[in-house]
Ligand binder design. Structure first.
Ligand code: ZN
Ligand code: ZN
Length: 296
């Protein structure tokens, strides 16, 4: 299998295409592929074959995207929701970096990249995280990852951020920084910094989130590449679900008005978000077809 020059590339192509065959994927096989790509890249750079070096960079990143997606799926199955969230964020960033360099032929999706993009976004959309820490900082010094020179707007090095040189992507590493402030925002640049409750007694961070909807989705899926869709709507939910809310309280619909002055007079109930899943495979036994967000 490690025959000629292009045979190796075809071997990697096939390995990446076989991502849906679980018994193919393991750390040993990955290590063989990673090693092979590394060697091929050295050869490509020596021959100054920039196209091939870039193709190899794409393969390296496709492997990483696939593996992070597979791990995220497994973490959700294991109930490790924040760990899975971090991996999904990694997938999102890598897909963003890959996009300008990797063109798929027409609508074929040989490495399931489109599938992964669509479904990792869907998983993110059903997470309960709504707010994030976001640091604002002043970049005092940046270094180009390709030529290692200090760069600025006035002093560019000639390499373009995000472009591939000798099979490596140019990034600007921030080497000196001044933190200005940390704010809490709904749409941060990166979504790792989820807000967790801090318990002063035990000095521990507590995961206070309700992952009911994520759990529902992951319970409904047998395999990472089972297709599914999610739809958010607003429908009326019967008043008896809100018996713990007094007439004088804020309306559970979130309008900010009092319950008695908002949804209570409507005999059909309270207007609430409602989520529906469409699974491409039959649901496992015991799982109801529709899930309502919990009422709190
Ligand atoms: Zn440079
Ligand atoms: Zn209301």
């Amino acid at each position: 299998m490690m025959g000629g020059y292009m045979d190796d590339i075809q071997f990697v192509h096939k390995y990446l295409g076989d991502v849906t065959i679980p018994e193919n994927r393991n750390a040993d096989n990955d290590a063989i592929v990673i090693d092979l790509l590394k060697k091929k890249k050295v050869e490509a750079v020596q021959k100054n074959d920039q196209e091939l070096a870039k193709q190899i960079w794409c393969y390296e990143h496709i492997l990483e995207i696939q593996n992070n997606y597979l791990s995220a799926f497994q973490k959700m199955k294991d109930g490790l929701y924040y760990d899975a969230w971090v991996l999904l964020e990694r997938v999102e960033i890598d897909l963003h970096n890959l996009e300008p360099h990797f063109r798929q032929e027409y609508k074929s999706d040989p490495f399931l990249i489109n599938f992964i993009e669509k479904h990792s976004k869907q998983f993110q959309s059903i997470y309960p995280y709504k707010l994030f820490f976001s640091p604002a900082y002043l970049q005092l010094e940046k270094v180009c990852s390709i030529c290692k020179r200090v760069v600025s707007i006035w002093n560019p090095c000639g390499h373009k951020k995000g472009d591939i040189y000798d099979g490596e992507m140019c990034v600007h590493r921030i080497t000196k920084v001044e933190l200005l402030e940390v704010s809490i925002v709904p749409n941060p640049v990166q979504k790792y910094s989820v807000l967790f409750t801090y318990e002063s007694e035990s000095e521990k961070h507590v995961d206070q989130y309700d992952y009911g909807i994520v759990k529902y989705a992951i319970d409904g899926l047998r395999k990472p590449f089972d297709a599914w869709e999610v739809r958010w709507m607003r429908t009326r939910h019967p008043h008896n679900l809100f018996s713990h809310v007094s007439n004088e309280d804020d309306c559970p619909c979130g309008s900010g008005k009092k319950y008695k002055n908002c949804c209570l007079p409507n005999p059909r109930g309270v207007l609430r978000p409602h989520v529906e899943f469409l699974f491409s495979t039959p649901l496992p036994e015991g799982l109801p077809p529709i899930v309502y967000p919990e009422y709190k």
